[in-house]
Design a protein around this ligand. Structure first.
Ligand code: BV8
Ligand code: ZN
Length: 264
């Protein structure tokens, strides 16, 4: 076996051992977690959303004020893609870990519902969800549209009106320049502070304050393990960097840690 493959095998074994001994686990995920479910990431060259759309014109409060139909159409297009998608073996492996490690907290930057559909109870959504629209003025929760009016890519779609104050309804996500939901951020920092193992999966670690979470765990002496085919700024705080796709590495980790098989 080549040196590199032997290194990989040993890193996976070490990671599995840490996982099997964990009492308090945090699984911190980003767009790469859902990539193998067919949901585009943000920064991956060419395929990432930001390679095709400008975040300033779509993922900011200013953009919504300037052109609500463009922004609402984009988020409805993304929500339709998530509804068509299925959780991948990586999401299922995360749910399997929670069945094994008594205290497991899943913290995600993703606005999709694939962790929930894979069986993870109450993941902490740091950046909101595509399934929690609310009024842009009075914040009253709004019904999730049935998706009948699914817009094509880049097509405009007028947002519905708030049933209470008739202002435009907005997607329930956190836009750039907006504060994260307080309770979610508190729960995430608390979990990172208390955990003995943190798995960071499929995130470039470039967006703050979310990217602080793995660093809080490392500063507290937790074992931080990264799953990502690419190097990221988080490498520096990780005890182990498992270079590979989430839907392959996470089931392998569960198998190595507990011998459990994760459905492919
Ligand atoms: C705030 C919801 C203040 C919407 C999102 C300068 C320095 C530091 C910070 C800032 C700065 N200037 C501005 C800021 C703040 C800004 C920020 O961090 N900007 C960055 C770009 C520099 N942060 C904010 O604006 C935050 N708010 O600061 O408010 C404030 C405070 C109090 C009161 C008022 C205001 C809000 C940030 C949240 C924005 N919303 N999403 C939507 O989805 O449309 S962020 C969005 O992008 C995602 O949620 C996610 O967080 C981020 C994307 O990152 P990743 O998930 O990591 O995805 P990415 O594509 O980058 O990487 C994918 C990775 O997966 C890659 O590494 C790849 O190798 C890997 N991968 C690929 N395939 C696989 C894989 N891994 C495993 N398996 C695979 N198969
Ligand atoms: Zn309202």
């Amino acid at each position: 076996m080549t040196g590199r493959r032997e290194r990989k095998r040993m890193d996976l074994a070490d990671a599995a051992e840490s996982l099997a001994q964990a009492r308090r686990l945090v699984v911190f995920t980003g767009a790469g977690m859902s990539a193998e479910s067919g949901i585009a990431t943000f920064r991956d060259a060419g395929t990432g959303l930001w390679a095709r759309f400008d975040p300033r014109t779509l993922a900011t409060p200013e953009a919504f004020r300037a052109d609500p139909a463009l922004v609402w159409g984009w988020y409805e297009w993304r929500r339709a893609a998530v509804r068509r998608a299925e959780p991948n073996p990586g999401h299922l492996a995360v749910a399997a870990m929670a069945a094994r490690v008594p205290e497991t907290v899943v913290i995600t930057q993703n606005v999709d519902d694939l962790h929930e559909r894979a069986g993870s109870a109450a993941p902490v959504h740091l950046h909101g969800s595509l399934f929690a629209p609310r009024c842009s003025a009075c914040a009253a929760p709004a019904p999730v549209p049935d998706g009948a009016a699914e817009p094509g890519e880049g097509r405009r779609l007028a947002p519905p009106r708030c049933g209470r104050c008739a202002a435009p309804v907005r997607p329930g996500v956190v836009w750039f320049g907006e504060a994260l939901p307080e309770r979610a951020l508190e729960a995430a920092v608390e979990a990172a502070y208390r955990c003995d193992v943190l798995l960071t999966v499929g995130t470039s670690g470039l967006v703050y304050p979310a990217a602080e979470i793995p660093q809080v765990a490392a500063r507290r002496g937790g074992t931080v393990i990264q799953v990502n085919p690419e190097e990221t700024p988080l490498d520096a705080v990780c005890a182990l960097n498992l270079r590979g796709p989430a839907a392959v590495v996470l089931p392998a980790l569960v198998r190595a840690a507990w011998g459990d098989a994760v459905p492919a």
